[in-house]
Design a protein around this ligand. Sequence first.
Ligand code: DX5
Ligand code: ZN
Length: 200
Amino acid sequence: MPIAKISPSMLSSDFSSLAAEAHRMVKNGADWLHMDVMDGHFVPNITIDCHLMVSNPEKWVDDFAKAGASMYCFHIEATNEPEALIEKIKKAGMKVGVAIKPKTPIDTVYSLVDKIDMCLVMTVEPGFGGQKFMTDCMPKVKILREKFPELDIEVDGGLALDTIDQAVQAGANVIVAGTSVFKAENPKEVISTFREKVNT
Ligand code: DX5
Ligand code: ZN
């Protein structure tokens, strides 16, 4: 399994001091920072790895590249032409992630895996932080890990000290965590526990 990358979700941060919150997470050991983007259409609320929970993900590729995004992760449910979109993202100089919602079957991504850097298997319905981890998404992670031993597999939603084991046992190695990291008394400890669980 590829090594752990722990990616605190900025959705759970204090929006009035984003830069300080980002620094706080990096200082506490974060590998990546997870930026959630919602359009009020694909998901029902509006807010500010970029995880694009938007319809027409094609539309924002260049803007995100210009803004300095390193990975552009779009939802498979939001496009009819994933291959063309993948090419566009690569041309813009970003890594490519493909996200799938809990009810979307995993085989929808198989043909794309050799063209992408990461698959994000959502473990809550996208749209809000602080939701309950969906154990029934774990078989999808397991199948994906069995088929693609080298792929970065990200899980997002409800990851915490009491759910990380299930995700790791299924084969996830990129851990997004909002509430459990940002609201922790000791975020450093939580991040390093996640990392140890993935890497052992
Ligand atoms: C939800 C977002 C998540 C969210 C996770 O749609 O994609 O990244 O911030 O938050 P927690 O870890 O609190 O479930
Ligand atoms: Zn997310």
